[in-house]
Write a protein that binds this ligand. Structure first.
Ligand code: SF4
Length: 206
């Protein structure tokens, strides 16, 4: 079953790329933090200006909390996001010489970096064997019946156990794109879906 699903996702999205725009590791980390409860499109609009003036963690130290809040306002939760990003920059600059740590466990200790962000960033940048489970990955994998999970962490654990050979950043991005454009939350495109005969949701809906 997993092979059929992955083959189909690969057919639909042969070269999956993150939709967030970035030019270095630090920018991807910040963009993923900003993308919480916000669309990638909006984040890209905000970061285009932000990263032009402040391309790395050292330049972010010139920003006051108020300045940063103003610049990221439209991404929502701007107060906490700004506070966390500035605290994160201080740690990166003092402990990691401005570099983003490779290990998902180290990443997760940084302010504002949850498990999903740590997994997405470490697998996209450093090839870590971790599946980032966002709302799309959670919904799609449960719907198809690849997992039967109530929380993102459960999804991740079940993947680790059942499909360890299929965990990589391409899988993550393909699942996200499939959820965003095909197997949408409200109107999944079941009639045109080539895996409907093995999909739990399709075969059990009334
Ligand atoms: S059949 Fe429908 S619910 Fe199942 S994977 Fe395809 S689009 Fe999603």
């Amino acid at each position: 079953m997993i092979k059929r699903v992955i083959d189909y996702l690969t057919e639909l999205f042969p070269n999956p790329e993150p939709e967030l725009k970035y030019e270095n590791d630090f920018q991807l980390l910040v963009a993923v933090i900003l993308s919480a409860q916000c669309t990638d499109k909006r984040v890209n609009q905000v970061t285009e200006q932000l990263f032009k003036k402040y391309p790395d963690s050292f330049s972010f130290e010139k920003l006051s909390q108020q300045d940063l809040e103003k610049m990221i306002f439209s991404t929502g939760f701007y107060h906490n996001k700004a506070k966390n990003i500035l605290a994160l920059c201080k740690i990166l600059n003092t402990q990691y010489n401005g570099k983003v740590p490779h290990s998902p466990d180290e990443l997760e200790k940084l302010p504002g970096v949850g498990r999903k962000t740590a997994n997405v960033v470490s697998s996209a940048l450093f090839g870590a064997n971790r599946l980032g489970v966002d709302t799309h990955v959670f919904r799609v994998t449960n719907r198809i019946g690849l997992v039967n999970a109530k929380t993102p962490l459960e999804v991740e654990k079940q993947w680790n156990k059942k499909y360890p050979d299929f965990i990589n950043h391409d899988t993550h991005f393909r699942l996200v794109l499939f959820g965003r454009y095909f197997c949408k939350a409200q109107k999944p495109n079941c009639e045109n879906c080539k895996i409907k005969n093995i999909c739990k949701y399709y075969n059990t809906k009334e």
